[in-house]
Design a protein around this ligand. Sequence first.
Ligand code: ADE
Length: 249
Amino acid sequence: MHRIDVLTLFPKAFNGYIDHSILGRAQVRDIINVKLHDIRGYSHDKHHTVDDYPYGGGAGMIMKPEPIFEAIENVKREIQVDKVPVILLTPQGRLLNQDVAVELSKEQNLILICGHYEGIDERVAEHLSTDEISIGDYLLSGGETAAMVIIDCLVRLFPGAIGSDVSLIEESHVRGVLEYPQYTRPPEYRGWKVPEVLLSGNHQQISAWRREQSILRTMRRRPDLLCRADLSEADHKTIESFRSALSNN
Ligand code: ADE
């Protein structure tokens, strides 16, 4: 079973999410165990102080190192593993993508630290965490939503967590390009028809159409992904014909 320990000042922020569909089911099936730890519980003064003013001045408060160090030491004792990846969620970290998620999904244990306020005392990044991850180039008010994003990505990758593994096989097949458009009934809605080929029952044609749609969509919306995508001879032909159609217009 995979175990993820999350250190946060706001454990209640995870309410609802932890028990929600796929993650909830995965916990029931003992595929994953998510444990929340309130950092405030590791501060020893009577006001349970977890933050303080920044040395050198400036706006905002900084999370103190002691409660975070002690919380991690406590988690390591609890799981009886010393060499566990400790990931600090921060906009300064390396960017999360599917490759990073796959890398993390190989770990049996993970500890996530959610930051808050203007930041965390740098000694946490230097001497406690083993990795820093950002979920995107924007500022969140805390690392809790980022932790949920990471947990969500990981759960999907753990064998048995998703109902049918077929959807995973499909996804891994098309990795590197965007998904093709999907339709369900009715075949015509307000005059908008589902593409004919999808109703044809011809699986070879459907596969070819879907791949072509994936490639075209990626070219239009995320051309940056194409240079790293796993492209076949047919994919290159699709790209070529789309490019020459564009230049003829
Ligand atoms: N904390 C604040 N902003 C963040 C981001 N973009 N990713 C991860 N953690 C964060």
